[in-house]
Design a protein around this ligand. Sequence first.
Ligand code: 5GP
Ligand code: ZN
Length: 114
Amino acid sequence: MSDCLFCKIIAGQIPGNLVHQDETMIAFKDINPQAPLHVLIVPRRHIPTLNDLSVEDDALVGSMFRRAAAIAREHGYDERGYRTVFNTNPEAGQTVFHIHLHLLAGRGLEWPPG
Ligand code: 5GP
Ligand code: ZN
């Protein structure tokens, strides 16, 4: 996907502040952080929204959540708490149409979200 921002970060065409990478996903700091720790966990494969997932992606999505938990733990937030969010389509605020799991931690997070 030549016009996808996150595909360009995955390809190394745009710099990303990486905190993790493996064969199926990368994780990098959000450029506009909404909490002291704000990381995006992104599959290497271009998947536009959660609506495009199939049963073959179950392991991928599970490993994205486990990676979020690992990154939260590495930063000392596993007991304090953290939030993991997928935004899907415009009304939920999705702006980059390549799925990404937000990991937010380091401050009190309100519920319900805005
Ligand atoms: P969404 O709104 O689609 O759920 O989340 C997209 C996220 O990508 C936003 O939190 C936004 O700050 C982040 N973002 C947009 N452009 C860039 C960029 O060039 N680099 C990084 N690291 N994050 C970006
Ligand atoms: Zn993409």
